[in-house]
Design a protein around this ligand. Structure first.
Ligand code: ATP
Ligand code: MG
Length: 356
């Protein structure tokens, strides 16, 4: 499973894509599965982003999902009739190793996007968080079994660095829903000592926003879903010219309120962890390389879409030695695009060994 090391040793160049076998079309996929979002990029240029959620009746995932009511993605999150499950979260927490729900989400997403896996060979690299445990990696590979001709897992931060030419002395900050990862990438696949996981991220911002609003409006009936939506629509740090007015649900009615300040405080609540994490990671790097690394910080993940987050982190770092913080143009697909590039450049004989 030490996948990406092997990829690197393959030493293929940007232009060297594997040749089709026997004239058959070969599809290469990069897949980013997160607790909140799933993103896919294919060698044919198809891109999918969907919520990693599924809704169905009962505890066990139905054996015949085609014949009963099962919703997936955004549709699952937006309804209230069926219980919602987040399969990646359950797999990461070790609460479930059933590959069914996640596979269902992937299959249905492929179907909606017109991705056909049965017309030729298909190879996929699936991103997993730095330091993910073996049981989780195995559960992911089990999910992929039979779906693709070959599949393997690779470190998400490494995928980001590989896909964006950042393999030398960069710090990748991935701000997701359940956690934020900071990873020092320097040539090789990062080891345990090169990354740091912080369990404060998008979900905690949502909870913080709920708490702050509740403090001011005791009678509010705010759901996590709505708080998350407000954060995604208006979230910012630092200064904003725009006032954020929302319709706050109450028991039997609603009230127009401003949440401009609460939103700022909630979004900024994640910043101290990012800054102290970065400072710690930089201090662990050999002294003559620190300057280079601190000017090579890249933030990805859904929370990188919080407005002004790059400038704000940069501002906080000023008193701690400075740094240059950059964002990506297409944050939803940064991991999946990197994984797709890795998939395309993987030597064919390596897939033969890795087939699941
Ligand atoms: N426009 C936006 N502004 C602010 N936050 C956003 C925006 N879009 C998404 N998010 C937040 O980003 C988080 C999801 O990020 P991402 O999709 O990278 O997570 P994930 O990979 O599924 O989670 P994890 O890596 O923790 O498993 C959620 O908290 C979501 O609300
Ligand atoms: Mg993620």
């Amino acid at each position: 499973m030490e996948d990406s090391e092997q990829i690197q040793n393959g030493k293929q160049t940007e232009n060297e894509v594997n040749e089709p076998v026997d004239g058959q079309e070969t599809l290469y996929l990069g897949i980013d599965i997160g607790t909140y979002t799933i993103a896919v990029c294919t060698s044919e240029g198809t891109k999918i982003v969907e919520n990693c959620a599924v809704a169905y009746e009962g505890e066990e995932f139905p054996k015949d999902p085609e014949n009963v009511k099962v919703l997936f993605g955004k549709a699952a999150l937006e309804q209230t009739d069926l219980p919602v499950k987040e399969p990646v979260r359950e797999m990461i927490q070790g609460n479930s190793s059933d590959p069914g729900p996640l596979r269902y989400i992937l299959e249905q997403s492929f179907k909606s996007a017109g991705i056909k896996l049965d017309s030729g060979e298909s190879y996929a690299i699936i991103g997993v968080p730095a330091g993910a445990d073996t049981a989780y990696k195995q559960a992911v590979l089990e999910m992929a079994e039979g779906l693709f001709t070959g599949a393997m897992v690779a470190d998400e931060s490494f995928c980001v660095a590989y896909g964006n030419g950042l393999l030398e002395n960069s710090l990748i900050v991935d701000m997701g829903a359940s956690k934020l990862d900071i990873c020092h990438v320097n040539g090789n696949v990062p080891g345990d000592e090169d990354h740091m996981k912080i369990s404060f991220a998008g979900d905690n911002i949502d909870q913080e926003l709920i708490n702050l609003i509740k403090e001011k409006h005791e009678d509010s009936k705010l759901t996590k879903q709505l708080a998350r939506q407000w954060k995604e629509d208006h979230g910012y740090v630092g200064f904003s010219y725009v006032k954020c007015k929302v319709e706050l649900p109450l028991e039997d009615s609603s009230r127009d309120v401003s949440i401009t300040e609460e939103l700022r405080f909630a979004c900024e609540s994640v910043i101290p962890d990012v800054v102290s994490g970065l400072t710690k990671m930089i201090s662990d790097i050999q002294p003559d390389m620190r300057e280079l690394v601190r000017n090579n910080i890249y933030v990805c993940g859904g929370c990188s879409k919080i407005k002004n987050i790059d400038n704000f982190i940069e501002g906080e770092l000023k008193e701690l030695g400075g740094g240059k913080v950059s964002l990506f143009e297409d944050p939803d697909f940064v991991v999946a695009e990197g994984a797709r590039k890795l998939t395309e450049r993987m030597p064919r004989e390596f897939w033969a060994q890795m087939n699941v």
